[in-house]
Ligand binder design. Structure first.
Ligand code: DGL
Length: 266
């Protein structure tokens, strides 16, 4: 079982930021990545739709022999994690919310921890609920930032357009005097430095991709599931292929990859 792949899924290709972070800390692991590009974006979908897509994709990755599942998508983590755990109780399933919650609730005693994410994640209130349960002394103001996903996918970052949009979201009144800010979306690691600059380096900007990668390493170790040698090559699958998805995937994974289409919904 140790030498089986890790299954990672997302609504699209943004989750490649999580796949990249996992490959950095676990270079020997084989991954099978599935991006549900046919249903992108999940951030605006109903909870029921995201739950049913996530269930089907998890079943698909397990049928491919995956030893563990990482839900790279914040929106799917917020809406579907509990159901997936119930449905597949024996499989280690990692979501992107829990490791980030544990990180902030342990590190900060008091103060304000902001969250920026898709509309779906914000509406679920998953971060304030989970953080306050661990540490009721923390305040958790939130802001949905729906323009950031298309902005980043179109390659608008580190320029004056992205700066204007980021400034406008980060200037939210409830984001005054933050100690830390959680970037609660697959795409946001690409704008981390711009957000840090907005806050003049005075706010810790937490990129959930790297927190989740470290957590995945610890969990696989604990479950005795770390592979002892590299087996097979990584696979990157999408439910709807376009050339533009393949080109954009380079932004998120940091190097060119070959996307293969598997139309699992047909
Ligand atoms: N992957 C989504 C997330 O992390 C962002 C893109 C989408 O809305 O599908 O919430």
């Amino acid at each position: 079982m140790q030498n089986k792949p890790i299954g990672i899924f997302d609504s699209g290709i943004g989750g490649l930021t999580v796949a990249k972070a996992i490959k950095e800390v676990l270079p020997h692991e084989q991954i099978i990545y599935f991006g549900d590009t046919a249903h992108l974006p999940y951030g605006d979908k109903s909870k029921d739709s995201v739950k049913s897509y996530s269930k089907r994709i998890t079943g698909y990755l397990l049928a491919k022999g995956c030893k563990a599942i990482v839900i790279a998508c914040n929106t799917a983590s917020a809406h579907a994690y509990n159901d997936l755990k119930k449905f597949y109780p024996k499989v280690p399933i990692i979501n992107v919310v829990k490791p980030t919650v544990m990180y902030v609730a342990t590190k900060y005693d008091t103060g304000k921890i902001g969250v920026v994410a898709t509309k779906g994640t914000i509406k679920s209130r998953i971060y304030p609920r989970k953080i306050k349960k661990k540490n009721p002394n923390l305040q958790v103001p939130q802001a949905a930032a729906p323009l950031l996903v298309p902005m980043i996918e179109e390659g608008f970052f580190n320029n004056n357009i992205s700066q204007t949009i980021i400034n406008s979201y980060m200037s939210a009144r409830n984001f005054k005097n933050l100690k830390a800010l959680i970037l609660g979306c697959t795409h946001y690691p690409l704008i981390k430095s711009e957000v840090e600059n907005f806050f003049k380096g005075e706010v810790e900007v937490i990129d959930s991709a790297s927190v989740v990668a470290d957590y995945t390493l610890r969990l696989l170790k604990k479950e005795n599931l770390l592979s002892d040698k590299r087996h097979g090559s990584d696979q990157f699958l999408v439910s709807d292929f376009t050339k533009s998805f393949e080109e954009t995937s380079k932004l998120f994974f940091g190097k060119a990859i070959h996307l293969k289409e598997d139309r699992i919904w047909d």
